[in-house]
Design a protein around this ligand. Structure first.
Ligand code: FES
Length: 163
């Protein structure tokens, strides 16, 4: 280099034409690393959420199978004493349970045996008792379902779906 060459050029002898050059291999490696980091981070949060949900809900006995004839319902609280819930022995013989709060503005829903539906008295919301799906009225979301297990003589609440 000549004597007129600035000092910074001798300290950093990189030509401007090669300064921003990134090979396809380097770029691919960068993409793989960023994608892998994003996937790992997302996976961590998904696993953490499932683990938190599993820990949050206790297993609780909510009724004896002998308590409820088909077409009848029982109120209980789950997962805490401040969470009203409803267990229904459907006319077809199956059992289902839901949070008892309407998904519109949280009024308590009631079971109607004649139609196998849950009805909300506040604004006439109607839910299918077998699925919790909205059949009419202002609610847009189905009732959160409480997962249950029917044992020999007891019915257990295990957790909540769609809360
Ligand atoms: S609170 Fe149930 S329909 Fe409005």
């Amino acid at each position: 280099m000549s004597d007129k060459t600035p000092t910074w050029k001798t300290d950093f002898p990189i030509e401007a034409t090669t300064d921003n050059y990134v090979s396809r291999r380097e770029f691919t490696r960068f993409l793989v690393l960023v994608s892998g980091a994003a996937a790992t981070g997302s996976g961590y949060f998904v696993i953490e959420k499932f683990a938190a949900n599993r820990e949050a809900y206790p297993t609780a006995v909510v009724a004896l199978t002998s308590e409820l004839a088909p077409g009848h319902a029982k109120l209980f609280n789950y997962p805490t004493e401040n969470d009203p819930a409803i267990l229904i022995h459907l006319n077809n013989g199956g059992y289902v349970a839901y949070r008892q709060r309407c998904t519109h503005l949280s009024c308590p829903v009631n079971y109607r045996q004649d139609s196998d539906q849950l009805k909300c008295p506040c604004h006439n919301g109607v839910f299918d008792a077998a699925t919790g799906a909205v059949l009419g009225g202002p609610p847009r979301r189905p009732l959160p379902r409480i997962m249950i297990r029917v044992g020999q003589d007891r019915i257990y609440a295990l957790g909540i779906q769609g809360s």
